[in-house]
Design a protein. Structure first.
Length: 143
């Protein structure tokens, strides 16, 4: 299994659609990496991932709004194409299996984790990731 994980910000509000009787939440996540090049100049590179989250639980969609920071993981797909100028380009897509809201936007509810295993969805409420890191002990590790 190939797995893609990304933490980033949503570029726009998500879109919920019904396709062949199943719900899909589409959203795009941007991750910006800052680094110094060989000459010591500060550089920035943004990677966009187009996400499709197939789930029966669409309640998370109300929180997937532009600017929101999320963690998403799933199976990656890459599509090559020619852009408007005829140059080769690629799109990175992910079939999301797990999405977690990081931090709060305004007066919204606490961070929630949403996962989708096969056709069944599990919803659990977690503390914000920063609080989780400080509260975890060795007994909390999943392995």
């Amino acid at each position: 299994m190939v797995k893609l994980q990304i933490i980033g910000n949503l570029g726009k509000d998500c879109i919920v659609k019904e396709v062949n009787g199943k719900n899909v939440i589409n959203f795009s996540v941007a991750h910006t990496e800052r680094y110094k090049d060989a000459q010591g100049n500060q550089k920035e590179r943004t990677t966009w991932v187009e996400c499709a989250y197939w789930t029966d639980r669409t309640a998370v969609a109300q929180y997937l709004t532009k600017g929101r920071t999320v963690y998403a993981e799933g199976s990656p797909e890459a599509d090559a194409y020619s852009n408007k100028e005829g140059q080769p380009a690629a799109t990175l897509r992910m079939r999301v299996q797990n999405v977690q809201l990081l931090g709060n936007s305004g007066n919204e509810s606490p961070t929630s984790g949403y996962s989708n295993a096969s056709s069944a969805s599990n919803v659990s409420t977690n503390q914000a990731p920063v609080e989780m890191a400080s509260a975890k002990s060795e007994d909390d590790l999943p392995f």
